[in-house]
Write a protein that binds this ligand. Structure first.
Ligand code: BT5
Length: 325
């Protein structure tokens, strides 16, 4: 542990701790302790000091600080490096720039605000206040045509994260890349990659999750289709815990995927899905399709049965999906 993390750790464990005890345990001078305390205060930590007694941590800032996410993070690779910025146009663009320069697998780009977030097919992702905007750099050893597995893998990890952190909510996955609560979208997933047919150079897993956005702050065009964790729970949710849990869930699934392939991921996806066994309309660039969603194939494509009984599998790339009554 580095000095700053060690100090924070000590402050969190004791209601009050003296400057001397901090210095002794961290193996640094009293002056260095004092400087670090001031740096933590500038980062937004509220630390009281009582003359002759020591320091007491009162509150941690509501920001996605790397040291907070990494404190107690049980992953080996994912989130071991975190690039956290106050504002970005898109975490995907920043992650692409870093990945192109050799940023290792597992590095995470996080922004407090995102001004030009992207969805699929040139659509926009609204940067709602109090949300999570992140892009994870992965370097899977699978061929490029298997990249279509990743939105589903990320969806399962997201659903598990929301369920673990907020057991009263019932998150559901709408194929291919939406997380919904009571039929409204609270998170979206965007995967982009740099690849040759046989090899993925890097895959960027972009996730936007609406967390502490009150109903009144939803963009008017999103009011009927979007929601946030706060709207559904009525309370504030720790974004730090959500990101930490998400990294853990993602790593477990990613390891399963690497050792056992897509089948176990697909099986889990089906348990969270609200798409299967429903009548759906698929809007495609060429021609719309309507039918009953039956299953997911080994590529992650949706298998639908058309009115004439024939089966079609539709890949995520060029569609959006609507449930029909
Ligand atoms: C997605 O696209 O759902 C993928 C969104 C990925 C966003 C993340 S944020 C971090 C990273 N950096 C980026 O630049 N992007 C990623 P798609 O399936 O195309 O859905 C887009 C549609 O969702 C829009 O056309 C709106 O209808 C709706 N939408 C936009 N913003 C939303 C929001 N904040 N919450 C819920 N729905 C939203």
């Amino acid at each position: 542990m580095r000095g700053k993390e060690l100090l924070l750790d000590l402050l969190k464990k004791q209601a009050m701790i003296s400057g001397q005890a901090l210095a002794d345990t961290a193996g640094i001078s009293r002056t260095a302790v004092w400087k670090m305390i001031n740096r933590l205060r500038r980062d937004g930590y509220c630390i009281d000091s009582a003359p002759g007694q020591g320091y007491s941590l009162k509150s941690i800032p509501d920001r996605l600080l790397p040291e907070e996410i990494q404190s107690g993070l049980k992953t080996r690779v994912l989130g071991r490096r975190i690039i956290h910025l106050p504002e970005l146009e898109s975490t995907q663009s920043k992650a692409r720039e870093l990945a192109g320069k050799g940023e290792p697998e597992g590095s995470l780009v996080l922004a407090e605000r995102q001004t030009q977030g992207r969805g699929r097919l040139q659509r926009a992702w609204a940067g709602l206040p109090g949300s999570i905007f992140l892009s994870l750099i992965l370097r899977p050893t699978t061929p490029a045509h298997k990249a279509s597995h990743f939105p589903l893998l990320a969806g399962v990890a997201l659903a598990r994260t929301v369920h673990n952190c907020l057991p009263d909510l019932r998150p559901r996955l709408k194929w291919p890349n939406d997380l919904q609560l009571k039929g409204k979208k609270c998170a979206g997933i965007l995967t982009e990659l740099a690849a040759e047919p046989e090899r993925i150079h890097y895959l960027l897993l972009g996730i936007g999750l609406n967390v502490n956005c009150p109903a009144g702050q939803l963009d008017p065009e999103l009011r009927d289709i979007a929601t946030s964790l706060q709207i559904e729970t009525g309370g504030t949710v720790s974004r730090t815990i959500l990101v930490r849990t998400l990294l853990q869930e993602l790593e477990i699934l990613y390891q399963t995927y690497q050792s056992q392939g897509f089948e176990p991921v697909k099986a889990q996806w089906k348990t969270w899905s609200n798409t299967l066994n429903k009548q759906v309309r698929i809007t495609r660039i060429k021609q719309d399709l309507e039918g009953r969603a039956l299953d997911i194939d080994e590529q992650g494509a949706l298998i639908i049965q058309l009115a004439n009984g024939r089966l079609r599998s539709v890949s995520a790339g060029d569609v959006s999906l609507r449930e029909v009554a």
